[in-house]
Design a protein around this ligand. Structure first.
Ligand code: SF4
Length: 383
């Protein structure tokens, strides 16, 4: 995979953003989960940055100064990154958009607010994805975000600006989808780690650069035969969160001889299966796309069956032989869901392994043992 161009772009990106800031550009951070339409931020001439760093112990531990251990390690890491003051993206923000999604991230956004050095825009998100009142409420909240962005930047968001922004991000989603679908081949055209890195990069890189880069990756991958072992067990990763830097799970599966060929992960992975409609009232299209057309997260009422159906469909399309359920410690919503999914997979004879990470080094050994055993079990089932 052509990689150097992206590595250089990401290396230079913080400096590029600092320069843009000096010229008056606003840098807007937001928490992941696919409920903040970047298109609105981009259309105002500001720079959206989705904060998806995680996986290492230090930021999660640093946050213990202000919040208890019972917050999940990803949520704690979002606070820890700010307290440690070493991550340039968390240091340069003019505003944070905090969607009202999971309890843990919601609380962390409030603590950011108590710290007092940054404006926090709380984006209301209904906890029921269907229904007309819910859609109207969310559209209204997006309108408020649009007004806020206009005030903050001094730029008027025209229909043309929004339309161009939707076009750009639609192209990004389309390309991620096309690359992802190349993993239906055996062996897959791109490893889980490389795909996750690309997906995470799409949250930090300049979107126009990223579209161009993804296009070149797609051209390259679609033209050459995939390398690797065709007989490796094909697995699917399911869970709440895969942060930028939280790659140990992917590495352990790879080292054990398995291939994660597709994932259904709510936070950290850009949702790319559907695009935003470009007809009619564009704020309404964004609300519909981000709330109703996309797969609902586990905190949404009555989302489990929909997510199960989607996971089963992906498992079939990508010829998956086993599910790795990867959740973070204290993520009660997904922990509850794991029982339902485990039962439903059992009824279909699809093996499922439930793993939990606290971003601590002590967890690696036991996780490795369980992954090795699971892959042997899946291999046994394939023969
Ligand atoms: S991993 Fe779970 S608890 Fe943590 S932020 Fe995500 S949904 Fe919330």
């Amino acid at each position: 995979m052509e990689d150097e161009r992206l590595t250089i772009h990401l290396r230079d990106r913080p400096q590029q953003l600092r320069e843009a800031k000096k010229q008056g550009a606003k840098i807007i951070g937001y928490f992941p989960g696919n409920y903040v339409p970047e298109e609105i931020i981009y259309a105002a001439g500001a720079v959206p940055v989705c904060l998806v760093d995680g996986g290492s112990a230090a930021p999660a531990e640093a946050a213990l100064e202000l919040i208890p251990q019972v917050s999940c390690p990803f949520a704690r890491a979002q606070l820890g990154e700010r307290l440690l003051k070493k991550n340039p993206y968390y240091e340069m923000l003019d505003m944070l958009v905090a969607p009202l999604t999971c309890q843990h991230l919601k609380k962390v956004a409030e603590i950011w607010e108590y710290l007092g050095d940054m404006e926090i825009f709380k984006l209301g998100v209904p906890h029921q994805y269907y229904g007309v009142p819910e859609l109207e409420y969310y559209t209204d909240r997006l309108k408020t975000l649009q007004n806020k962005m206009q005030t903050l930047t001094g730029n008027r968001i025209t229909n043309e600006n929004i339309s161009n922004a939707i076009g750009l991000y639609n192209r990004m989603r389309e390309l991620l989808k096309k690359i992802s679908l190349l993993r239906r081949s055996s062996p897959p055209a791109i490893s889980a780690r490389d795909f996750a890195r690309l997906n995470h990069a799409s949250f930090y890189a300049d979107p126009a650069f990223m579209v161009d880069f993804l296009d070149s990756v797609y051209q390259e991958l679609s033209q050459k035969p995939p390398a690797g072992a065709a007989e490796a067990p094909r697995l699917m990763l399911v869970g709440p969160n895969l942060a930028k830097g939280d790659y140990e799970i992917l590495e352990l599966v790879e080292a054990a001889g398995g291939d994660i060929v597709v994932e259904e992960v709510d936070e950290g992975i850009r949702y790319y299966w559907q695009n935003i409609e470009t007809e009619g009232d564009l704020l309404h299209s964004l609300a519909k796309g981000y709330l109703q057309d996309k797969l609902p997260a586990a905190f949404m009422r009555y989302s489990s069956q929909k997510r199960l159906d989607f996971v089963l469909k992906l498992a079939e399309d990508f010829n998956v032989s086993g599910i790795i359920w990867y959740e973070l410690l204290y993520c009660e919503t997904y922990d509850n869901e794991s029982y339902f999914f485990d039962q439903k997979m059992g009824e279909r004879n699809i093996p499922m392994l439930i793993l939990e990470s606290g971003y601590d080094e002590g967890g690696t050994g036991p996780m490795k043992i369980r992954i090795d055993a699971f892959i042997e079990l899946v291999k046994g089932g394939i023969k």
